[in-house]
Design a binder for this molecule. Structure first.
Ligand code: GRF
Length: 192
């Protein structure tokens, strides 16, 4: 159990784009949760998700990943300074290096829009539909240096209907992501 003496667990969220998972994490954290979003990192200065950061007065770092080593070094410096030991990747489109991940002890999580280990990587919904899968869903997993391959922590199944297309399927799954991710983070934090 993580000991909480009046204070919440600080977590950082890494994004690259829309930020709907970031939004749902912020919303959840403001309720009766054990965590707060203390820091947001984006590798994309135009990420619309950064609007939620501003709206909620959360400190943010926009950083170019062209030089990954340097970017990770800078991020680590911020995280250490702010004593943040937990990271939630939410639509973050860069792969973190082994040496960065080594600084964390199973406390970097990611959410992926498929039932892993199936459909790692991009265009999951398109591939699911093409293969006429009956089920798809979302997975929360630990982050390793191998894409979408770390230990699976939680999954939610979603039925794929005959008339589903990429948009309808992604909408259904995203709705479940917004429920599963905060719940799983809360569970992991209270069991650390
Ligand atoms: C989500 O589908 C998530 O599973 C995947 O990237 C998407 C991010 O969406 N890793 P958003 O930026 O949180 O809206």
């Amino acid at each position: 159990m993580v000991k909480l003496i009046g204070k919440k667990n600080k977590i950082a969220v890494f994004i690259s784009g829309r930020g709907s998972n970031l939004k749902s994490l912020i919303k959840f954290s403001k309720k009766n949760s054990t965590f707060e979003i203390s820091f947001v990192v984006s590798d994309n200065k135009n990420a619309t998700g950064l609007n939620f950061t501003k709206m909620n007065k959360i400190q943010q770092l926009v950083i170019n990943f062209k030089n990954k080593k340097l970017a990770e070094k800078k991020i680590l410096k911020y995280l250490n300074k702010k004593k943040i030991k937990f990271i939630a990747l939410a639509g973050f489109m860069k792969i973190l290096s082994k040496s960065f991940i080594k600084n964390f002890n199973g406390t970097i999580l990611n959410i992926h829009p498929s039932l892993l280990p199936k459909y790692k990587g991009l265009n999951t919904h398109k591939r699911v539909l093409k293969n006429k899968e009956i089920y798809s869903g979302c997975t929360v997993h630990l982050v390793t240096e191998k894409l979408d391959s770390g230990k699976i922590l939680a999954q939610k199944k979603v039925r794929v209907l005959k008339n589903d297309n990429e948009i309808s399927l992604s909408k259904k799954i995203l709705k479940q992501e917004h429920l599963l991710y905060p719940k799983t983070i809360e569970k992991i934090l209270t069991n650390l």
